[in-house]
Design a protein around this ligand. Sequence first.
Ligand code: GDP
Ligand code: MG
Length: 163
Amino acid sequence: MSLVVAIVGRPNVGKSTLFNRLVGKRLALVDDRPGVTRDRREAEGKLADLRFRIVDTAGLEEADPDSLAGRMRAQTERAIGDAHVIVFVMDARTGVLPADKPFAELVRRSGKPVILLANKAEGREGMQGAYDAWELGLGEPVAFSAEHGEGLGELYDALVTHM
Ligand code: GDP
Ligand code: MG
């Protein structure tokens, strides 16, 4: 049975960009606007010689803001429950935001192994945000860029320990 890896984090941190990079196709919708409807997507992921199931978790739905948090939470909880390893993505450009916290809390409570990616860390601006990611309590952040493919070696090293 294949390792199942779930990509978790608040909307707009770059989860779908990472998903597409690992799948090698544009299966997940990447959008500049936070708030477009997105489903959970699952596909075969590849990183060098590693093969695994990769699950992208959705962002938001447009209707009924009251239950929005609940739906995102339920979907993320299911994905975490089904996964062997969690890849938690935060945005190194914004640093840790309050919206990151409930997602980090779900991951911590699951007790599952987590790889923390400080995404959008290409260039110099990302470095402080990557450092801030320590405060999520999910271990050592990997400075990463899903868009530019930086940090894939560290992601590989972290994933291979779970294969
Ligand atoms: P999701 O909501 O977490 O799935 O985030 P998306 O993958 O849809 O990306 C949200 C926005 O962040 C898009 O505009 C992406 O192009 C952008 N983005 C994703 N990864 C990176 C990155 O490594 N660097 C930068 N600068 N932008 C990124
Ligand atoms: Mg997405």
